[in-house]
Design a protein around this ligand. Structure first.
Ligand code: GLN
Length: 475
């Protein structure tokens, strides 16, 4: 049996019924990861010994009669901006290439408690800034579906690892689409929870008012299994909260309304393949009996501008901690404190991180604060209000995840504006703090993948899984 074809439930059941062991599963995925990584470069590090040790512990627990945890023996890949105690955590930055984490993120503790096997840390755009995983100090990650193309970003390594069967599930972080865009480009499911649904303790902060950790899986159910383990209030993240567990009922699909926001579903502005795939998705939902309604989010046209102001502002302050005194230093020859800062940050940070620190410092500076940062915060509120209004008449919103299919390496690297435009459909969700999931559209075997996005009401993350599973099943 090829164990890489199993889903999370089958792995858990198989191990608890002793059809196979967690160690066997771990070995099979690690073998695949080691074989494919030289080409795909999904992993910055594969921690074989720790992974096998963890898997053997899981087997021992099962042997001694302990119940199987929800992620029993599931091989997981973790974006390398999430801390695991005692392991290197680079954020794909030269500056942190030798940094070892001194504690574990809450999500890691939860995964381990649930029995998961963590097999390695995945590649990303440096400090999660980017849309293609081309901004990594450790080389690009290749899209397993077409290796001449990018996997999307910034969590490109996590998406590629799941897509290429190098892991069964993965975690990423999503500040403006970094889970959803790569999931869509690599043909897997990726979910960004409601802001506050998952603890951010132990993820390296990019833009703290937007960052959220979320799961990747090969199916909606797998993503849901991982989400169910990592969610929940954490006293170490004061923005985290427990929320309602109810879910939408699909007994009568005609009682469900799906909104198509005209601003996020433009008739022009999508490439041909995306437009065709999206039409099919709308038709599928219609033929499943759901109501399709057009809605409007008028302020969303400003979302990209607002996002890049707010994000850069928060990035410029969050990156201040990398001063060469704490964490690590890139140069040991220096004359004074200023020299340490300049050498560490000058050499350690890549171009995109520097660009954002400069832009962020500018929009927060006296004289410009009101014109840029202050105004962006006000428009952010209008965007949130637009979503609330739309959700008065529909249950979820449907739109593309990306305006295009995965692009080729180098296509957008010389023009940051072109790169930023890839995020046009994903950033509004983060600004409004809402949950969203991307699901591969069906019937694209042999073609480049196209993901569609379902956006939910605040705290109604479960609805996305329910409607997503309904689409996958097709009844
Ligand atoms: N592509 C977006 C950016 O570069 C999203 C990043 C993210 O979600 N971490 O800001």
């Amino acid at each position: 049996m090829d164990k890489k074809t199993l889903d999370i439930k089958a792995v858990r059941d198989g191990i608890s019924q002793k059809l196979f062991s967690a160690e066997e599963i771990a070995k099979e995925f690690i073998r695949e990861a080691e074989e494919k990584n030289p080409e795909i470069n999904a992993f910055i590090s594969i921690n074989k010994e720790e992974a096998l040790e963890g898997a053997r512990k899981t087997d021992k627990d099962i042997e001694s009669g302990l119940p199987a945890g929800p992620l029993c023996g599931v091989p997981m890949a973790i974006k390398d901006n999430i801390l695991i105690e005692g392991e290197t955590c680079t954020a794909a930055s030269k500056l942190l290439k030798d940094y070892t984490a001194s504690y574990s993120a809450t999500v890691i503790e939860k995964l381990k408690e649930a029995g998961a096997t963590i097999i390695g840390k995945t590649n990303l755009d440096e400090f999660a800034m980017g849309s293609s995983t081309e901004n990594s100090a450790f080389g690009v990650t290749r899209n397993p579906i077409d290796t001449s193309r990018v996997p999307g970003g910034s969590s490109g390594g996590s998406a590629a690892a799941v897509s290429a069967n190098m892991a069964l599930g993965a975690l990423g972080s999503d500040t403006g689409g970094s889970i959803r865009l790569p999931a869509s480009f690599c043909g897997v499911v990726g979910m960004k929870p409601t802001y506050g649904r998952v603890s951010r303790f132990g993820v390296m902060a990019m833009a703290s008012s937007l960052d959220q950790i979320g799961p990747f899986g090969k199916s909606v159910s797998d993503a849901e299994e991982i989400y169910s383990v990592i969610k929940g209030q954490d006293k170490r993240d004061s923005t985290s909260k427990n929320a309602l567990e109810s879910k939408i009922s699909l007994d009568d699909p005609s009682a469900i309304s799906i909104g198509i926001p005209e601003e996020l579903f433009p008739t022009d502005g999508l490439d041909k393949e995306t437009a065709e795939a999206m039409d099919e998705v709308v038709n599928s939902f219609r033929s499943l009996g759901m109501n399709i309604k057009s809605v409007s989010l008028p302020s969303v046209k400003y979302a990209l501008s607002v996002y890049y102001i707010v994000t850069c502002a928060e990035v410029s302050t969050n990156m201040a901690r990398f001063d060469g005194i704490r964490y690590s230093r890139t140069d040991e020859t220096y004359n004074n404190l200023r020299d340490i800062y300049e050498k560490t940050r000058g050499v350690g940070f890549g171009d995109e991180v520097k660009r954002r620190i400069l832009l962020g410092t500018f929009v927060l500076s006296a004289g410009y604060y009101d014109a840029y940062y202050g105004k962006a915060q006000k428009v952010r509120r209008l965007i949130k209000d637009d979503f609330e209004k739309a959700f008065e008449s529909v249950d979820v919103l449907l739109c593309p995840t990306s305006p295009t299919v995965p692009f080729k390496f180098g296509e957008k690297t010389d023009d940051p504006m072109q790169m930023y435009l890839s995020d046009i459909f994903t950033v509004p969700v983060n600004l409004a703090g809402l949950p969203a999931i991307t699901i591969p559209t069906k019937g694209r075997e042999g073609k480049l993948p196209v993901g569609f996005q379902l956006i939910g009401k605040q705290w109604r993350d479960n609805d996305l899984f329910e409607i997503g599973k309904f689409y996958e099943r097709g009844n």
